[in-house]
Write a protein that binds this ligand. Structure first.
Ligand code: URA
Length: 264
């Protein structure tokens, strides 16, 4: 038997004082029952401990994480009554035990991590962690210097605070870009079939709702294709076709596990 707060901090959910705070806030359950007692003695091998509804693994070697090249058209969820989830393309991966780390929009593509490890997920998605996430986006129009500066300095997307500064690089612009039907569906109805478009790489350090699309929208550009190409220092494996997935290599897992939560 082990104290609940020790177990959670050993498993990487947070420092002892952070996990005590989580307990007080009712974010920890033991066998489905909220525990507000960090001193509670638990047997992690026989009890299911969850943080924010996500299971916390006992031993590191039980922690499994897959890299999926998410195809457009699937939602980042374990179950849905109407839409197909990413688990539809992952035969043998059980949505009762695994869940997506954060989310990509239904029409977004690229690197999505799928894990059974609540602590890993928390490390990567905690607002305090500021884990870099890099996207390649295809947008309408050409970015002006002023718009580039706005993205690099921190765009106002209508939230309480501005976005953190992003790294942005224009990869390519085209004055006669022929949109596919799917791409055209992401744009306003009046958009012609051939437009001026830019292919841009952007790295952000937060995970706000529809953040990348809203950042470009705030600068009067529409995103018609968005692909995540890396999380932290882990890139999407170029060998994975859309819908392809594989387990993370130990060094990739290690890299993600070593992401530190910022204190204060
Ligand atoms: N930002 C978005 O707008 N959409 C995504 O899917 C990911 C980041």
């Amino acid at each position: 038997m082990i104290r609940l707060d020790k177990y959670l901090s050993d498993a990487g959910t947070g420092t002892r004082s952070t996990v005590r705070d989580y307990c007080r806030k009712g974010l920890i359950t033991v066998d489905g029952v909220v525990s507000k007692h960090p001193e509670q003695k638990i047997d992690p091998r026989n009890m299911k401990i969850c943080y924010c509804g996500k299971p916390v693994c006992y031993e590191r070697d039980e922690s499994i994480c897959y890299m999926l090249n998410k195809p457009a058209g699937y939602i980042s969820a374990t179950r849905d009554d109407r839409e197909q989830t990413v688990f539809s393309v992952m035969p043998g991966v059980d949505p009762d035990h695994f869940f997506p780390v954060g989310r990509l929009d239904k029409d977004s593509e690229g690197l999505l991590l799928i894990t059974n490890d609540g602590a890993l997920s928390h490390r990567l998605t905690s607002p305090r962690a500021h884990v870099p996430k890099t996207y390649e986006v295809w947008i309408s129009g050409i970015l002006t210097d002023i718009e580039l500066a706005s993205l690099r300095e921190g765009t106002d997307i209508g939230d309480e605070t501005r976005c953190l500064p992003a790294e942005v690089m224009i990869l390519h612009t085209e004055t006669s870009y022929k949109l596919t039907e799917k791409e055209r569906e992401c744009l306003p109805d009046s958009t012609p079939a051939v437009i001026t478009a830019s292919h841009v790489r952007i790295t952000i350090y937060e995970g706000r709702y529809h953040q990348v699309k809203r950042m470009f929208h705030a600068n009067r550009h529409e995103v018609f294709r968005l692909k995540r190409v890396s999380i932290g220092l882990v890139p999407l494996d170029p060998e994975l076709q859309p819908g392809g997935f594989r387990k993370l290599k130990p060094e990739e897992l290690e890299q993600l596990m070593s992401v530190k939560e910022r204190q204060g």
